[in-house]
Design a protein around this ligand. Structure first.
Ligand code: ADP
Length: 175
């Protein structure tokens, strides 16, 4: 059984087998979570991302997919990079956001990870409304078959923490 926990904090402070990065398709770094992971994790992660660009992902990592690298100096064994969908004037594709969580857990399972820390993918620069992103994140993790024992949502600010915590702890139909 997978336990879902919610904490407020910086994802780069987490001790977990996997820390998930809200990357962009270039895999070459960006702002938000991506910038923080590369700053704290050091150049080893970027080197691994460059190698992935040169081998499997010449055109970039497609939205909704996930791939692992080393975690450099982070207190994790791996970073799993996933590319969230952008929210725009006509909305966003929820299937792609769900895919980020599902594919990241699949990669984590392949690695034998037991603990996985996720940020709120797509809710920063990519503009996805927080409540909807939290619903998709929690529903997807709950409905994914995985050997991961703990999925930890790590929310940077209090508002995001509250939204995720309410979603995780809300009573569900049928218990
Ligand atoms: P995206 O491009 O997928 O929207 P961002 O990194 O811009 O990704 O933002 C995703 C979420 O992560 C936002 O809610 C943002 O506030 C939050 N965030 C930013 N930095 C950190 C961090 N160091 N740890 C955890 N969450 C963070």
């Amino acid at each position: 059984m997978t336990v879902i926990t919610v904490v407020q904090g910086d994802i780069t402070d987490q001790h977990a087998d996997v820390i998930v990065n809200a990357a962009n398709s270039s895999l070459l770094g960006g702002g938000g979570v991506d910038g923080a992971i590369h700053r704290r994790g050091g150049p080893e992660i970027l080197d691994a991302c460059r190698a992935l660009r040169a081998s499997r992902y010449g055109k970039g990592l497609p939205t909704g997919q996930a791939v692992a690298t080393v975690a450099g100096r982070l207190a994790a064994r791996w970073v799993v990079h996933t590319v969230g969908p952008v929210w725009n004037a006509s909305g966003g594709d929820p299937a792609l956001l769900a895919s980020c969580y599902r594919e990241s857990l699949r990669v984590a399972d392949d690695l034998g990870a037991r603990t996985v820390a996720f940020p709120a993918i797509s809710t920063g620069a990519y503009g996805w409304p927080l409540e909807d992103a939290a619903r998709i994140a929690v529903e997807t993790v709950r409905s994914t078959e995985t050997a991961v024992a703990e999925v930890r949502f790590v929310l940077f600010d209090e508002a995001a923490f509250t939204v995720f915590a309410e979603r995780v702890h809300a009573p569900r139909p049928g218990g």
